[in-house]
Design a binder for this molecule. Structure first.
Ligand code: DAH
Length: 341
């Protein structure tokens, strides 16, 4: 009957291992049957009381059962590990057919784009690129440009003063003075950059905007060079059929001075919404450099002459891209910026 007990243990073990759902369960069962206080161990310990004949039979059977249980342990452990690995792979599976996430692409700002295009046109004509500071001296921004103490643009209500001697430049023209102080003619430079004025923002005004300044000084430079250069710029910027018109104007740093209109690239001069019915659009200010400005750089005004111009970048961009409110440039609204990709 000790053999019957052994048989019961074997049967019970077989069923239990069959049901085991985890490696922890398997370990519990190993202890239950083969541990120090396990069912099989107990029987082996009690064998001393048996006759030698019985002992041999029981011992043999008990060993067989122990081997059998060890086999259950091995098989079940292997099976469970396989299952766990399969579950892990499934959980970590990468779906290579899932649609990708499209990264957001940036776009060049229309102001940057316009500056780059203007710069490219002038650089192809031999102008070189120069930069000047946005925090400028009152001297460079006004005095050196022949705008004396009584000039209206110097007023506190027009200009952002930092101290009585420094300000946020109101124009890129001070780069002219800086260039004349550091370079010798012949010279041809352009200088794009930010400028500041105390303006209340509306559809056509912003306290911060951009200009591209130009300056050419050399021997024998005449107004014909000015007209040729700016007419060619207009054709490259707005199309080969663009006509230009030079209207007399006044700037302190040029004499004579002019404002330049281009024939409307939208209607060709017939009159439309873009040119407000006139057929012409004003795009820049220019003139022959005033001798007083050349003198700032100690340049011999009998030997050298020059021309200069200043172009409002936003104005050009608004015309080119038909943007009706300057404030749109500074709002960082993706819906606006996306259109210039
Ligand atoms: N600085 C002028 C402005 O801001 C624009 C300008 C006009 C620049 C004539 C020039 C120039 O160099 O010759 O209104």
């Amino acid at each position: 009957m000790i053999l019957d007990e052994l048989e019961a243990i074997r049967k019970d073990a077989e069923e239990s291992f069959e049901k085991a759902g985890s490696t922890e369960n398997v370990e519990e069962l190993r202890i239950k049957y083969l541990g120090k206080k396990g069912a099989l161990t107990k029987i082996l310990r009690s064998m001393g009381k048996l006759s030698p004949e019985e002992r041999k039979n029981v011992g043999q059977r008990a060993n067989e059962i122990r081997n059998g249980i060890e086999k259950f342990i091995d098989e079940k452990t292997t099976e469970l590990k396989k299952h766990q690995a399969a579950m892990k792979f499934r959980a970590e599976a990468l779906d290579v057919t899932a649609p990708g996430r499209i990264p957001k692409l940036g776009a060049e700002h229309p102001v940057t784009k316009t500056i780059d295009e203007m710069t490219r046109i002038f650089m192809n004509m031999g102008f070189s690129l120069t930069e000047g500071p946005e925090v400028e001296t009152v001297f460079m921004n006004f005095d050196a440009l022949n705008a004396g103490p009584n000039h209206p643009s110097r007023d506190m209500t027009d200009t952002f003063y930092i101290t009585d001697k420094t300000l946020l430049r109101t124009q890129t023209s001070p780069v002219q003075a800086r260039t004349l102080l550091t370079k010798k003619p012949p010279l041809k430079i352009i200088s794009p950059g930010r400028v500041y004025r105390c303006d209340t923002p509306d559809a056509t005004h912003s306290p911060v905007f951009h200009q591209v300044e130009g300056l050419a000084v050399g021997e024998g430079i005449t107004m014909a060079d000015l007209k040729g250069t700016l007419s060619e710029f207009a054709r490259q910027m707005f199309g080969p059929d663009t006509k230009t018109k030079f209207r007399p104007h006044h700037f302190p740093f040029t004499e004579p001075s002019a404002e330049v209109d281009v024939s409307c690239f939208k209607c060709g001069g017939e009159g439309c919404r873009v040119c407000k019915g006139s057929g012409w659009i004003e795009i820049l200010g220019c003139g022959m450099v005033h001798p007083n400005v050349l003198k700032v750089g100690g340049i011999d005004t009998e030997k050298y002459t020059g021309f200069a111009f200043g172009i409002g970048v936003e104005r050009i961009a608004m015309l080119k891209y038909e943007i009706d409110d300057i404030r749109l440039f500074y709002e960082n609204d993706e819906r606006f910026l996306k259109q210039f990709r």
